[in-house]
Design a protein around this ligand. Sequence first.
Ligand code: BTN
Length: 249
Amino acid sequence: MILIRYKRVTSTNDKARVLAEDGAREWTVVVSEVQTQGRGRSGKKWQSHKGGLWFSVILRPKISSGRVAVLQFFASNATRKAIMEETGLETETKWPNDVIFETRKIAGILVESKSQDNQLSFIIVGIGLNVNQSKSTLPVGATSIYATSREKHNVEQLMTRIVENMKSDYALLKTPNRILKNWWTDCIHRSKNVEIQTTNGIRNGISRGIEADGSLLIKQNGRTEHIMEGTLIVWKEQNPPQSNFRAKS
Ligand code: BTN
């Protein structure tokens, strides 16, 4: 691992992208104490104060560009395992890119990539994990390791563990069934009634699985539908998981 540390950046994904364009090696990692323009899925802002773990990993796996979405499941698995190993906390996954503790979001993954002539040039795996922030500084619906356990943790040690776990699973990216299966086994909405807000309206059904293209399978009235994007709510849940998202300004 080649580690590049910053105190303050716009987004570690932006820094990693510039490095990747310049030919940076696989497993180059960019970490920053603060992000001024941290971002999440669908262009949302990701609140990134001091005390959290904000980092991005450059990867160049030999997979087809249609499989890039697997990286979000791969990174979620590595993050959850590291949280368990370092803190003993058991977390769950939520489609498409969330790590949840009880009903609150504790981590999120943002995968970005570049392809040229149908060939994948690089993938940036951006991971945000709420570590030492106190509850009062977290957005509604989010939690941190500290807010949950009252214990402070070394953010770099957590990061190293996550990267090590990614390295152990790296070979699985070629035939990702195990990655999908591990993700699904600890999914908060496995076989549950869900509602998904998509750009084409609301979909309801029982969530049945995920696929290597990143889609969620839901079943309703005997029909299976592949959902490619959206925000998922587990039905009848009192406090739907939210995140470090802030309304767009
Ligand atoms: C999400 O839940 O939608 C994804 C959040 C990803 C946040 C991380 S923090 C490090 C990296 N840099 C960013 O700007 N975003 C990701």
